[in-house]
Design a protein around this ligand. Structure first.
Ligand SMILES: O=C(CO)COP(=O)(O)O
Length: 136
């Protein structure tokens, strides 16, 4: 599966801890991320992470483009709802595209926990049919 991870600044440490906890599962998939999130996760876990640009430089949009092509099978986007972001409309568009393509998405750690276990159980294997490039 192709998994995209993004975290707002105040949620980056949480994302790092999540990825450390589920490193074993994540290592069996293709991971991509926005620049800073990807750097922190790769350093902390040793996971291979394909890094797009930093979110503020267009990394969100690069991931959105892959979502629009139905090439992302799971999006983990730890959002901070309390701090307004300049590129917030772009983020709303990313979530819209997930709905267009029925891409499972977690915007907080509680949902991410549920989805990572779903992934491990094989509940998301149907994505291999709609996105043949998802097989690692
Ligand atoms: O800006 C982001 C989410 O909108 C995240 O980007 P970085 O991972 O590069 O900080």
């Amino acid at each position: 599966m192709n998994i995209a991870i993004i975290a707002h600044d105040t949620k980056k440490e949480l994302m790092v801890q999540f990825c450390i906890a589920y490193c074993g599962i994540l290592s069996r998939h293709n991971i991509c991320a926005t620049g800073t999130t990807g750097k922190l996760v790769a350093e902390a876990t040793g996971l291979q992470v394909f890094r797009f640009l930093s979110g503020s430089q267009g990394g969100d949009q690069q991931i959105s483009a892959r979502i629009a092509c139905n090439e992302i099978d799971l999006l983990l986007f730890f959002r901070d709802p309390l701090t307004p972001k300049a590129h917030e409309p772009k983020e709303a568009d990313m979530l819209r595209l997930c709905d267009v393509h029925n891409i499972p998405v977690a915007t907080n750690i509680a949902t991410a926990e549920a989805l990572i276990h779903s992934l491990e159980r094989g509940d998301l294997d149907w994505r291999n049919i709609v996105n043949p490039s998802s097989v690692k």
